[in-house]
Design a protein around this ligand. Structure first.
Ligand SMILES: Nc1ncnc2c1ncn2[C@@H]1O[C@H](COP(=O)(O)OP(=O)(O)O)[C@@H](O)[C@H]1O
Ligand SMILES: [Mg+2]
Length: 164
């Protein structure tokens, strides 16, 4: 593996279904362990780029290579890319416990349910939300929502995070 080019974005392009070309040819690489920020005016294509890295959008050109492997035909759940959305993304129909467990129950590194629950309870205890396990996200205070989201991200235990 080339640690200097852990993530490589090569000539990435995105033309939306309405014909608007949001990304023309974006290329950059990220060294393993680096914290990188995409800076630019609103509408310049930051979210579009991150959505393609996470697999929520398909590029219309170019390639995304992580750890030497193209992600183009890899499903989002198998990419090992965590995505911290600008707004808290908790599933409203699931309880706090189910939300925290969820990342551990999907994808290629998924854990047995009882193990996932044990780990989820440990995270919830650390962030003092263990008593809210059966609540739905809509009933939580702001602080508890943030704690629940922190637990959910931690439980994903992924190596790569993008923040859109
Ligand atoms: N689904 C879409 N269809 C068409 N155009 C879109 C769509 N989503 C975003 N855009 C346009 O693509 C450009 C880049 O958007 P975006 O990636 O959200 O920018 P940023 O995150 O940098 O503010 C903007 O001009 C936006 O209006
Ligand atoms: Mg954006």
């Amino acid at each position: 593996m080339n640690e200097d080019k852990f993530i490589q974005v090569n000539n990435l392009e995105k033309t939306y279904e309405n014909g608007y070309q949001a990304i023309k040819s974006v290329s950059f690489s990220v060294k393993k362990g680096d914290l990188v920020c995409l800076l630019g005016p609103s509408g310049c294509g930051k979210t579009t780029t991150l959505n393609m890295i996470a697999g929520l959008l398909n590029p219309t050109g170019g390639d995304i290579i992580v750890n030497g492997k193209s992600l183009l035909n890899v499903a989002p759940k198998d990419r090992n890319i965590g995505y911290v959305f600008q707004n808290y993304a908790l599933y409203p129909h699931m309880t706090v416990l189910q939300n925290v467990m969820f990342p551990m129950t999907v994808g290629k590194n998924k854990k047995p349910k009882d193990e996932a629950e044990k780990i989820a309870q440990k995270f919830m205890k650390l962030t003092h939300i263990e008593e809210l396990a059966d609540q739905k996200p809509g009933n939580l205070s702001g602080g508890a929502t943030a704690a629940c989201f922190d637990c959910t991200c931690t439980s994903a235990r992924t190596t790569n995070f993008v923040n859109g």
